[in-house]
Design a protein around this ligand. Structure first.
Ligand SMILES: [Zn+2]
Length: 440
């Protein structure tokens, strides 16, 4: 940690005159992710205030009470005061699904898709995930780390403070471990929180086509144990779909991860439906995409804490007419999260507010549901809800200040960032140079 960051973390920070402070505080004793009607409970305080110290939230309440507080009055000179002047404050977004370790955008695929090629046709022609592999295999770790760090900083500029980051564009033991090391290196230079995921089972690389079992064996017996031994990943992910890995192979990878003490998550139901029951015994933290899912599986998921992470940026960028059926999931009691799925092929966006906007316009989620899905339920999807996803005393000081009067403007002004200030583990980073010059 840099001295500057330590100094900032050590300094008490008091945000006052918050027009709407969306705390997302716990609403019942029920532990677990938000479901059904609970998804729209934002725990809003009008004219709110938040005090943070040493990277933690110390107190949350009204500006009036904060300014009367004896401790704050006594230490007023030491406290850095931020007048939010009616702006909106939300918990820093938890972007629980991103693929930031790649070298180049995939512009050829982009143009082919515009001309009508499908996801499968692009993959069959040598595009898609496989076309990103060579550059990552060749890249120096420091170059990958620099790319990841730049993206983390951009994401913070859009209000994200916790990011899940997957490997998955190397697909050899060396290049997957190098990708995870690059994530770790970038995370060390960024004040926010990064959760790493090994996605060795992203697709079957060309050299193993026709013998995917040999590749799965490498993932299970080399990549996973090596990543676990070096503490390089908290999760193991599998892309389970046609053209990627089968349900049986997914179970194999999950079993290998569990044996090494790593938690699991999976990309499922993006292109086709897969029965989820065989995976549930591994207690996956999340099933991501979920465009195609059966009623039986929805019923089962409502009984589990596995979060359905929806990534509408992918549907948007692929130009699909259909989006995941969020209403069906929410009304059945399945916990739903929203994420960017930042990646070079299908969702090159760093913006959680954009994903929220798409959730509102194309998946009929309310702005309130979109906020909860991108904060507290994202935290559940990464198993960090004990310290992330809401603004409550004792939790990490992760906040985003939006230059709007009403939280519904966050998804409303699509394609633009209204984020003025992000506080990551107590470290303030100004996104708007005219606001809070002391942090510029
Ligand atoms: Zn993905």
């Amino acid at each position: 940690m840099t001295t500057n960051r330590k100094r900032q973390q050590g300094q008490p920070l008091l945000l006052i005159n918050i027009g709407q402070l969306l705390t997302l505080r716990s609403i019942s004793r029920k532990a677990g992710p938000r479901r059904g009607a609970d998804l729209k409970e934002l725990g809003t305080i009008k004219d709110g205030a938040v005090l943070t110290l040493a990277g933690k939230v110390i107190s949350v309440g009204s500006t009036k009470d904060a300014l009367r507080d004896p401790w704050i009055r006594k230490h007023r000179k030491k406290v850095v005061e931020v007048d939010c002047n009616g702006k909106v404050v939300v918990p820093g977004f938890v972007d629980s699904h991103t693929h930031p370790v790649f070298v180049s955008p995939r512009l050829v695929d982009f143009e082919k898709r515009i001309k009508g090629a499908s996801y499968e046709e692009i993959a069959a022609a040598g595009g898609g995930i496989r076309s990103s592999l060579e550059a990552v295999r060749q890249a120096a770790k420091s170059d990958l780390a620099a790319k990841v760090l730049a993206v983390l900083q951009d994401m913070a500029g859009h209000g994200s403070t916790t990011i899940e980051a997957k490997s998955g564009y190397g697909l050899t033991p060396e290049s997957e471990l190098k990708s995870l090391e690059a994530i770790r290196e970038a995370a060390g230079s960024w004040p926010g929180t990064v959760v790493s995921t090994l996605l060795g089972a992203h697709v079957v690389p060309k050299e193993f086509q026709g013998c995917s079992q040999n590749y799965v064996e490498i993932v299970c017996s080399e990549m996973i144990p090596r990543a676990a031994r070096r503490n390089l990943a908290q999760f193991v992910d599998v892309f389970c779909d046609k053209g990627a890995f089968s349900a049986q192979e997914t179970v194999q990878v999950f079993a290998a991860a569990t044996k090494q003490g790593l938690s699991v998550r999976a990309h499922v139901g993006q292109l086709s439906q897969t029965a989820l029951a065989p995976f549930l015994r591994f207690e996956p933290a999340s099933f991501d995409h979920m465009d195609h899912v059966s009623d039986d599986d929805i019923h089962q998921l409502a009984q589990h804490d596995t979060v359905a992470t929806l990534v509408p940026g992918a549907n948007y960028f692929l130009g699909l007419k259909e989006y995941p059926d969020a209403r069906r999931l929410i009304e059945a009691g399945v916990p739903v999260a929203l994420a960017t799925d930042y990646n070079p092929g299908t969702s090159p966006t760093i913006s959680v507010p954009m994903a929220m906007s798409l959730a509102c316009t194309h998946m009929k989620m309310s702005p309130a549901e979109a906020v909860a899905a991108a904060t507290i339920n994202g935290a559940w999807a990464l198993r960090v809800a004990d310290r992330k996803g809401s603004i409550e005393a004792g939790k990490d000081a992760d906040l985003a200040v939006f230059d709007v009067q009403d939280y519904r403007e966050i998804p409303y002004w699509f394609g633009a960032s209204r984020c003025a200030l992000t506080i990551l583990n107590g470290v303030a980073t100004s996104c708007d140079r005219t606001f809070l010059r002391e942090f510029a």
